[in-house]
Design a protein around this ligand. Structure first.
Ligand SMILES: Nc1ncnc2c1ncn2[C@@H]1O[C@H](COP(=O)(O)OP(=O)(O)O)[C@@H](O)[C@H]1O
Ligand SMILES: [Mg+2]
Length: 381
């Protein structure tokens, strides 16, 4: 399929990733169509054509697909049967629907790494809490372990660290993994186009919020030995090749205390761990996704400046119509770039925006990011 900058691109999902993708596409005036439940969602302001509807519904996705040449996603949990029907009719879908089906199910995803000799921890599949309970009683399974819902988890919502009988089990089809002794969590975003060219962004390091299981600060470049960066990058490239998908793939890793580099999970779309590329890299992750799905030359991923990204999460004590406090103070500091997603309602720990802090010195960027986190509050009216 030959694409050009007039190719009509449909995006399933109208959240912040769709918004930032559409803003990148707007630089080249590529027509973007988005599908999500409400035009008031983040991408609503950034796309020329917004269809209100459910991207999990077969007919809605199928109809939406009729008006575009190429489809992509900003979320995995979409109706892949409709996407397969569209592919059968000659539409292009990146990432391919059969690969989306693997990725959106953590059980299939883990099995994929084992089949392709890609490093990840061991795992077992269980049908529900009762089955996990039975495995504990019969000593097939022992504490501690990590339980993950196979589908529909996000931002740590479908993940339970189970250390003893006091910890609650998730009651859903799930996988069980060993609790990994993590030195650092790392991520590499790689891109691949139809010509098979592969390009990686610089390795990032994710520092997690202690209770919300969400990334709190993200540092680029990651502060790790060179060989760790080289190895993670090499595994990320092998992973996108094994999946044989076009577009970008964010690969999350655990660098363990023992020195192993294990794949945790992937996302075949723009990712939280690549927000900083908007300001810090020659090419942003959003532009790279666009280049990759249109089979254009991939852009240089060179880092222009070290960067720290902080997610702006809804304050734990507030729920309702959003209000931002501390914007003036934060903007007065050097290198502070604020991105607000335009979500009308805040709730505890909801991702409402992010801030990227640029500085020649990564440690200084982190100090400023911590200050921003203190001062910039997402509360309610
Ligand atoms: N096996 C594990 N051992 C230790 N910590 C884990 C393990 N799996 C997940 N975690 C922690 O939980 C976080 C969320 O898990 P993840 O599988 O990435 O779910 P999500 O889809 O919500 O991002 C990880 O980033 C990590 O901090
Ligand atoms: Mg994750």
């Amino acid at each position: 399929m030959n694409f050009d900058l007039t190719t009509k691109i449909g995006v399933l999902g109208g959240g912040q990733l769709g918004k930032m993708f559409a803003l990148a596409a707007a630089d080249w005036h590529v027509p973007i169509y988005a599908l999500d439940k409400s035009k008031s969602f983040p991408a609503g302001v950034a796309v020329q054509h917004f269809t209100e509807g459910d991207f999990k519904d077969y007919d809605t996705v199928y109809q939406f697909g009729q008006q575009v040449d190429l489809l992509t996603v900003e979320i995995e949990h979409v109706n892949t049967d409709a996407l397969k029907a569209l592919v059968a009719e000659g539409k292009t879908v990146h990432p391919a629907p059969d690969k989306l089906e693997i990725i959106k199910d953590k059980g299939l995803q883990k099995a994929f790494y084992h089949q392709h000799d890609l490093p990840t921890s061991s795992f077992q599949i269980y049908s529900d809490a009762a089955a996990v309970q039975k495995a504990i009683v019969t000593e097939v399974l022992s504490y501690p372990f990590v339980q993950k819902a196979r589908t529909a988890g996000y931002d740590g919502q479908g993940v339970a660290v189970v250390r003893s009988a006091d910890d609650k089990l998730l009651d859903a089809p799930c996988i069980i993994e060993p609790l990994v002794d993590i030195e650092k969590e790392l991520a590499v975003i790689v891109a691949r186009n139809e010509n098979g060219k592969v390009q990686a962004f610089p390795l990032v390091e994710m520092a997690f919020h202690p209770t919300a299981n969400l990334v709190e600060f993200l540092l680029c470049p990651a502060n790790v030995p060179d060989e760790v960066a080289v190895k993670a990058t090499e595994i990320a490239k092998r992973t996108i090749q094994a999946y044989d998908i076009c577009g970008i793939l964010a690969v999350e890793f655990f660098w363990t205390k023992k020195g192993e580099i294990l794949i945790n999970e992937v996302a075949p779309r723009p990712h939280n761990s690549g927000h900083h590329t908007i300001e810090s890299c020659y090419t942003t992750q959003y532009e790279q996704h666009l280049r990759a799905i249109l089979n254009l030359p991939l852009g240089s991923t060179r880092l222009k400046s070290p960067a720290v990204m902080v997610n702006l999460l809804g304050h734990p004590d507030y729920k309702g119509n959003v209000r931002y406090e501390g914007v003036q103070y934060s903007l007065a500091m050097e290198g502070v770039k604020i991105h607000l997603y335009g979500k009308e309602q805040t709730k505890p720990f909801r991702k409402m925006g992010h801030v990227t802090v640029l500085n020649d010195d990564l440690a200084t960027a982190l100090t400023i990011a911590k200050e921003v986190k203190e001062q910039l509050k997402v509360i309610a009216k």
